[in-house]
Design a protein around this ligand. Structure first.
Ligand code: PAF
Length: 282
């Protein structure tokens, strides 16, 4: 695996490879890699000729300095995992290689209102930071396909809207959530949980699955209330949201319109750690 630290080296390389006929896949990450990230690399290897991954802990998408400070950075282990997965190129920049002299979010993007609810409501400025860094990363890496994990479902919809509105020639592949044996969605934040709490956090996915079974019987509001009450009974669990939405536009389901896919999505703060999960029902 080639490790490249500068866009001045990476962009011409990617452009040359594409002109020679290679299809390029890109897996952006903030490091602290787990099997979920590796599954994105594997999907990229299945569908493209060259896989580029990036590791960059993007400061502009953290609205809480403590969260940024605590973000794990096991870089040697990350490199070894990417090597073992057969990743071809790792882009490992310092902030100034991506941002130049910019230190805060300066661009405004048309995110179609998708950024206002859910994570956007709880983390002001988060998606503006994500959109800006991903736009820069796409300009630097020039991929054919961008691979993203479904765990961050709202992020996937927002980035699809972003590349559409900027008319960037990149396809977005949303890849299934990778889970721990107890069902907990894999996340770089899981290492901050104690073994006991991490085991109990399997309740989040179990509650999503239970909500699926309630869809034909109860209204969205009733299901939401049941799920929130059940998760909040667990010690050190605090539900931020648990919602049943139209998966295409994140709008509430009124029962009046036809919905082709239903999204059940939640964020739960477990022992101070924010955990996200969702299920999409076609
Ligand atoms: O999902 C993430 O890890 C980040 O939001 C991303 C897409 C790498 C941008 O920093």
């Amino acid at each position: 695996m080639q490790i490249i630290k500068h866009r001045s080296e990476l962009t011409p390389l990617s452009t040359r490879l594409r002109s020679e006929g290679a299809k390029i896949g890109f897996v952006p990450t903030m490091g602290a890699l787990h099997q979920g990230h590796i599954s994105l690399v594997e999907q990229s290897k299945n569908r493209t000729n060259i896989t580029i991954a990036s590791i960059f802990v993007n400061p502009t998408q953290f609205n809480d300095q403590k969260d940024l400070d605590k973000y794990p950075k096991p870089i040697e282990q990350d490199i070894a995992m990417l090597e073992a997965a057969g990743c071809d190129i790792l882009y490992l920049p310092q902030a100034d290689d991506i941002y130049g002299p910019i230190t805060e979010v300066t661009d405004t993007f048309d995110l179609g209102g998708l950024d206002l609810g859910l994570e956007g409501a709880s983390r002001p400025g988060h998606f503006a930071g994500v959109a800006q860094v991903v736009k820069f990363l796409l300009e630097i890496t020039r991929p054919d396909i961008l691979f993203l994990g479904q765990k961050d479902y709202q992020q996937c919809l927002i980035l699809t809207q972003l590349v559409g509105s900027l008319q960037m020639p990149v396809e977005i592949a949303m890849c299934p959530i990778y889970r721990e044996p107890n069902g907990l969605a894999m996340s770089s934040r899981n290492v901050r949980l104690s073994a006991d709490i991490r085991q109990k956090a399997g309740a989040i996915y179990a509650t999503l699955q239970y909500a699926v079974t309630l869809i034909p019987i109860l209204s969205p509001e009733e299901i939401q209330q049941t799920a929130i009450a059940s998760l909040n009974t667990l010690a050190n669990f605090k539900v931020d949201y648990f919602l049943i939405l139209n998966a295409k536009n994140l709008q509430p389901i009124t029962g009046q319109e036809k919905v082709s896919a239903i999204l059940i999505i939640t964020a739960v703060i477990v022992d101070g750690v924010r955990l996200l999960d969702n299920i999409v029902m076609e």
